[in-house]
Design a protein around this ligand. Structure first.
Ligand code: PLP
Length: 375
């Protein structure tokens, strides 16, 4: 198997598995217990919180562990909306993940209005349009750091400054950016930042919401006083420890991993463009994550190509993993191109620094083979 679907999920590293096993098999106490066994687990969670804070350049007191990035995105939006009931407008980019879009749509039943700002052809959010739609009714602006389908990176510092100038809270889904490119919240006013462990070689089912001290917060889970009263429920300590281990390793190696994976991605992209006619790379002229390329194959249905590649042992995807079981074409490519056809011809290749050059050469040959067969 050649796994090129790392924006869907990544392989948990052996060091991550070992850390999790220790807290599953040996240090399995409840971190809220007052005895020393419990305090040992609590010390682990405290250390983990610092590791997550370090990954994004913030204080550990700002980090709230959640059961997923989906929950973190939902919580951020709900917090901002509940904090100011008079403000009913939620502004997001049309290329956001469904964990933002679906929450915004769900809140429309409660009288909110979700306003979607189009991206430019490059995939970058249109800042002029964003600035135009923000008004005194706006409860929150949600724009992702890097897109999960194209890897396109938004100008987060500018968006943060714009929101601060207009006194509107800013939420940023940094799930795909964290661990792949540097993030330093000390240099930009982001009110809510979402993270997920399983996109950076950690475990599934654990995420975090980083909440700035001035940002309003309203819990989604009521119960005990865990997470400083911000999320009730006994902490998933093994997953938290695995997340922290993955985050620390990613931070230490961020530059080496990025340059290695960029080289592999660039070779894959160039190899496919040379071997296969009538192809286009979405977001090519924008700043992009080093591991992602999204390629349109003219006249080829992406779901058919995904399954042909699967038969040849190559794992890729035709949109976000959460969408791939539905027949809807990619909403991201649709927003960028305005074309349903192009949105149903796009394939996402998302690499890891763990991929090898040999795998990339085999993938190029398999894509060429599959497209020749289909055409
Ligand atoms: N946000 C982005 C940008 C994602 O890519 C994903 C996962 O596909 C999510 C949120 C949801 O993450 P989780 O699986 O932790 O809920």
């Amino acid at each position: 198997m050649i796994y090129l679907d790392n924006n869907a999920t990544t392989k948990p590293l052996p060091a991550v598995q070992a850390e999790m096993l220790e807290y599953l098999a040996t240090k399995w106490a409840n971190p809220s217990s007052a005895h020393s066994f419990g305090l040992e687990a609590k010390a682990g969670v405290d250390r983990a919180r610092r590791a997550i804070a370090d990954l994004v350049g913030t204080e550990s007191g700002m980090v709230v562990f959640t059961g997923s990035a989906t929950e973190a995105n939902n919580t951020a939006i709900l917090s901002a909306v509940r904090a100011r009931p008079s403000r009913r407008q939620i502004v997001a980019c049309a290329t956001e993940h469904s964990a933002v879009l679906a929450m915004g749509q769900a809140l429309e039943a409660d009288g909110c209005k979700l306003v979607l700002v189009k991206p430019m052809a490059t995939g970058i959010v249109n800042l002029a349009e964003l600035s135009e739609v923000i008004n005194p009714e706006t409860a929150l602006v949600s724009v992702m750091w890097a897109n999960n389908e194209t890897g396109v990176i938004n100008p987060v510092a500018e968006i943060a400054a714009l929101c601060r100038a207009r006194a509107v809270p800013f939420h940023c889904d940094a799930v795909q950016a964290a661990g792949k490119i540097p993030i330093d919240l000390r240099s930009m006013p982001v009110d809510y930042l979402t993270l997920s462990a399983h996109k950076l070689h950690g475990p599934k089912g654990i995420g975090a919401l980083v909440v700035a001290s001035q940002a309003p917060f309203s819990p989604m889970h009521f119960g005990g006083h865990q997470e400083n009263g911000r999320r009730g429920g006994t902490e998933n300590v093994p997953a938290i420890m695995g997340f922290a281990k993955a985050a620390s390793l990613a931070l230490t190696d961020i530059a080496t991993r990025a340059s290695r994976v960029r080289e592999l991605r660039d070779r894959l992209e160039q190899g496919i463009l040379e071997a296969v006619a009538e192809t286009v790379v979405y977001g090519m002229n924008a700043p992009r994550l080093p591991n992602t390329t999204n390629i349109g194959f003219n006249g080829i249905d992406s779901d058919t190509l995904v399954s042909l590649l699967d038969q040849r042992g190559i794992c890729v995807s035709s949109g976000s993993a959460c969408m791939s079981d539905s027949v809807a074409p990619s909403h991201v490519i649709l927003a960028m191109t305005g074309s349903f056809q192009r949105a149903s011809e796009a394939i996402r290749f998302s690499l890891s620094y763990l991929n090898s050059s040999e795998e990339i050469e085999r993938a190029i040959a398999a894509v060429k083979d599959a497209v020749t067969y289909l055409r």
